[in-house]
Design a protein around this ligand. Structure first.
Ligand code: NDP
Length: 244
């Protein structure tokens, strides 16, 4: 299936590493203009060496006002991937208010902020658009030490559905991808221990973790007009984990 994003402008958050970086590069290769947002300048510098005409935006999404300023003249966008997140793993009885606030501020509140800015402009232009939020299998299953992370991703699934409901009349589609473990920097935080990893893999019918490319392909599908009638969906990229 050939997908072209020629003539489109995409914004990808958390584009410095992992899934976000690979998504930004894939969109670039499919002909889209790409704005890559992250908070570490060195990652943007190396991304530009890989994909020279990507537009870099360095801002901490936890800062609502700074994000709005950074995005002020960056658009308009046709496509948005809300990918940035943090994974603060703590046993439930040890969860701190600081980690709770940081997690919700990046994983949920920043998605609201960025999506409002992008969708308001899509609405004003009457252009329509497609938004993909990167959620997780953790939104729909329990994982030890993941009380806060699971909660943020469950909130993100529901935010996605309400956005789909309210933005649909403006031809803006909003969907989620819900990956299983991917061995990025974040994946390694939770799943480097071989015993934990193999216990998790044994619960995945396909018997393996997802590759970054598996997630990117699903994101591209949901961004593209190949999924024109799909909105409000939470698409598992989990080798069947959630159906067990
Ligand atoms: P990585 O940690 O590899 O990359 C995350 C990127 O987001 C980094 O570039 C990071 O920048 C950036 N980022 C984080 N916080 C902020 C912030 N406050 N402001 C701006 N940028 C920020 O993560 P993954 O690629 O693994 O994860 C991408 C998405 O996929 C996340 O939403 C995650 O929850 C989801 N996911 C991941 C899974 C996994 O196993 N890896 C499984 C299921 C879902 P910096 O490094 O500078 O902090």
């Amino acid at each position: 299936m050939e997908i072209s994003f020629a003539g489109k402008h995409a914004l990808v958050t958390g584009a410095g590493k992992g899934i976000g970086r690979a998504t930004a590069c894939a969109l670039y290769r499919c002909g889209s203009k790409v704005t890559a947002l992250t908070r570490t300048q060195a990652d943007l510098d190396s991304l530009l060496l890989e994909c020279p005409s990507i537009v870099p935006l360095c801002v901490d999404l936890a800062d609502w006002g700074a994000t709005a300023v950074a995005l002020d003249n960056a658009g308009p966008f046709d496509l948005l991937v809300n990918n940035a997140a943090c994974a603060n793993l703590q046993p439930f009885l040890e969860v701190t208010p600081e980690k709770f606030d940081q997690s919700f501020s990046v994983n949920v509140k920043a998605v609201l902020n960025v999506s409002q800015i992008v969708a308001r402009s899509m609405k004003a232009r009457g252009s329509g658009g497609s938004i993909v939020n990167v959620s997780s299998q953790a939104s729909q299953c329990t994982l030890k030490d993941h009380a806060v992370y699971c909660s943020t991703k469950a909130a993100l699934d529901m935010l996605t559905k309400v956005m789909a409901l309210e933005l649909g009349p403006y031809q803006i589609r909003v969907n989620c991808v819900n990956p299983t473990v991917v061995m990025t920097e974040m994946g390694r935080i939770g799943w480097s221990d071989p015993e934990k990893a193999s216990a998790m893999k044994s619960r995945i019918p396909l018997g393996r973790f997802a590759e970054v490319e598996d997630v990117v392909n699903s994101i591209l599908f949901l961004l593209s007009d190949k999924s024109n009638m799909t909105s409000g969906a939470t698409l598992p990229v989990d080798g069947g984990f959630l159906c067990c």
